[in-house]
Design a protein. Structure first.
Lengths: 254, 289
């Protein structure tokens, strides 16, 4: 078996908010073109982990990150051009954020930020991303409507479309299906399976079954520590190293 | 199963009591406003005429009109706005969007709020020292307007900061996450969604500036000038000052003139407020989230 390409390498990552440590020394590798699931109960550091990947600590004076995150061959804490870093990483947070501008502008925003001005090119990106996010059919006749006035589920797919419009190498999904109905969730899951041909995806989810359906490998976080990471099927059905993992995936706590 | 229990009835009575209580307080609030307006219209209304509004005062202010005061107030307000709005908005954007949340920023914010509470006569003395004497503008529209600008700056800053902070943080984060700079985020998401609040703050400032007397008394407003101001280094008459003068210092001033002047001043202020309110209603209709 060929050793997989490592897309993202995290070493001894520690994240603290003020005095309180949210992530206490996590090390893991994410392989190229896989869906990497992260499960764990509330407060286990999943979201903080994602935020650190995007250097969001720059916007929160309270948040302190140490350790090493290597992405694109660089330790991201050394990257001065954080804008280019963030552009390469698409993020979808739990609550949908339709920006208060038209549906079209929502999706065209990122291309415009990186200098795409050509109308035809923008049209193409908007249609492609909305189609991929399973939203095109519903909004193609009202691209000028305000993104923030779509329904919750539609806004979440708009958020996904916007993340895709960045043409990201890494896609971070944090509980993306909280505000989405089950049918749409399934459609988005199908999209994610196709997307991983081009993009590496990190999927944080409270729905352990979602991780099981989607993820190639899954990590179990607990209280800011990585309990274990394994092939998803192994984690769910095979021999786990830690009894807490078994208890969690079988719903005995969390 | 839906019969009212004693507890239900009691809760309902208490609820009714509070409703009436709060309603009465609102009434008490409205009465003085209505009385002031009523008296002004009744006593000052007859004085209002084209001649009153658009001619120069004559015969020791006891005859003629209030044109120079009306024009002067517009000068003062206009120049004060030019000075305070750009500075205030820029400072508010810095404090809200850029400044780190530390003791220094919190201290500055506290200072700004306190500045809003400084009595206007203190601002007046500051204006005399800083603008009339030190900067060498003399008693002039420029000195008076800058004094007004310093006085109203906190209002602009606080109003702007509050409207900026009313824009949900999630919008900013979504934008930052896409690789937008702070300025791009401010331009694309934050400002377009806070502009209504900022404008409302500015209009409120206008009405406040128009009514102030103390800050302009020593810095550029004159009791009587037989000409209209030609530039910012001229002295000027002003409505508020004019009202003060004719109410206090001119024997034999007709009551009608006093009330008429007050009516014009308050109408100007109410007009500004009405503009502000209708603008806010219009923009709220376009509320985007």
């Amino acid at each position: 078996m060929v050793a997989p390409t490592v897309k993202l390498a995290v070493r001894d990552l520690r994240i603290a908010y003020g005095e309180e440590e949210a992530v206490s020394g996590i090390s893991l590798d994410v392989h190229a073109n896989e869906i990497f699931g992260i499960i764990g109960p509330a407060g286990s550091g999943k979201t903080s982990f994602l935020r650190a990947l995007n250097r969001m600590e720059m916007f929160n004076d309270d948040m302190h990150v140490s350790g090493e995150i290597v992405f694109g061959g660089r330790d991201i804490s050394d990257i001065r051009n954080v804008y280019a870093l963030r552009q390469k990483i698409g993020v979808v947070f739990p609550l949908p954020v339709g920006l208060p501008m038209s549906v079209y502008d929502n999706v065209a925003l990122s291309p415009r930020l990186r200098g795409v001005k050509n109308k035809a090119a923008l049209d193409e990106i908007v249609e492609r991303c909305l189609t991929r996010a399973a939203l095109w059919d519903e909004v193609k006749d009202r691209l000028k409507a305000l993104g923030s006035l779509l329904s919750g589920g539609q806004q979440q797919r708009l958020t996904i479309a916007r993340a895709l419009s960045q043409d990201p190498e890494l896609l971070l999904l944090d509980e993306f299906s909280i505000a989405v109905d089950p049918v749409t969730t399934m459609r988005i899951e199908d999209v994610l399976r196709e997307l991983k041909e081009e993009v590496t995806i990190i999927l944080v989810t409270n729905l352990v079954q979602q991780a099981r359906r989607l993820a190639d490998r899954t990590a179990f976080f607990l209280s800011g520590e990585l309990v274990e990471v394994a092939e998803t099927e192994v984690l769910f059905t095979g021999e786990v190293k830690d009894q807490r993992t078994r208890d969690y995936v079988e719903g005995r706590f969390g | 199963m839906f019969e009212a229990t004693n507890l239900n009835r009691r809760n309902h009575q208490i609820q009714w009591l509070f409703k009436v209580l709060f309603g009465m307080m609102t009434l008490i609030l409205i009465v003085p406003v209505a009385l002031i307006l009523g008296v002004l219209v009744a006593k000052g209304g007859p004085a209002i005429s084209m001649e009153f509004l658009f001619s120069m005062p004559r015969n020791g202010l006891t005859e003629g009109g209030i044109l120079p005061a009306l024009i002067g107030t517009m000068w003062l307000v206009g120049v004060a706005l030019l000075a305070s709005v750009p500075v205030g908005i820029a400072a508010a954007i810095y404090l809200s969007e850029y400044a780190p949340d530390n003791w220094l920023t919190r201290g500055i914010n506290l200072a700004i709020i306190n500045l809003a509470g400084v009595p206007s006569i203190v601002h007046a003395l500051f204006g005399v020292g800083a603008f009339v004497v030190f900067a060498g503008f003399g008693a002039s529209i420029l000195a008076a307007s800058l004094t007004l600008a310093v006085m109203t700056l906190p209002v602009v800053i606080v109003a702007t900061r509050e409207s900026l902070q009313a824009v949900p943080m999630a919008f900013r984060e979504a934008c930052w996450n896409m690789g937008a700079t702070r300025w791009q985020t401010i331009r694309i998401v934050v400002l377009p969604n806070s502009v209504s609040g900022i404008l409302t703050g500015i209009i409120l400032e206008v009405s406040r500036t128009a009514g102030e007397t103390a800050p302009i008394m020593f810095t550029g407003a004159a009791m009587f000038l037989p000409f209209l101001p030609q530039g910012v280094l001229d002295q000027t008459m002003a409505l508020s000052m004019h009202l003060f003068v004719i109410s206090n210092s001119i024997p034999g001033m007709s009551e009608e003139f006093k009330y008429g002047t007050a009516l014009v001043l308050i109408s100007l202020v109410l007009l500004m407020n009405a503009l502000s309110i209708s603008f806010r209603v219009y923009l709220r209709g376009k509320k985007k989230w």
